[in-house]
Structures are given as C-alpha cells and as structure tokens.
Design a protein around this ligand. Sequence first.
Ligand SMILES: [Zn+2]
Length: 93
Amino acid sequence: MTEPAVQPAVAADAQPGSAADAQHDFAADAQRHRRDAPRHCPRCGASLLGGAGISVEFWQGADRIFHTWCSACRWTGDIIPTIEMTGHEPEHG
Ligand SMILES: [Zn+2]
C-alpha cells in the first residue's frame, strides 16, 4: 500500500515569503501611481488634486484602471492607460 500523493493546497506564488511575493515592489507601485494617476478631469479639465477629485487605482488582469471622480462637474469614470494604440482606419488601396 502506498501513501496518497500530497498536493499543495495553495499555489506557491500565494504563500508569503515566496519568490513572487518578494518580487512585488510596493514602493515602485506607489511611485507609478503618483506618476500616472490623472491630475485633471477628462470632461471639464478641472484639477483633481487637493481633494477636488479622487482617482483610485486598481488592477483588472494586466490593466491598470484609475476609477476617477471630479467634484467640479461630478464626472465619474474609469481611465485605463494604454501602452499600444490600435487604429481603426481603413487600408489605403
Ligand atoms: Zn470635471
């Protein structure tokens, strides 16, 4: 009679202290947030700084999403920075 195989209950990258955990750099995330967070409302152009608006960052898959609110015009929406723009113009020919 053999012992049953033991399967890990939790993925290795979910355990504290794993290599994946050590590679996550929260200071770099905070720096990227300060660099990339919207500073102005996309609708009215008012500043979002100093409590005039809110831009909260979260992740959805590989996308960084800034859920943003403007106190001046009450616009609320998600701003997703893009790395590569895909055009929709027809081919010439
Ligand atoms: Zn606005």
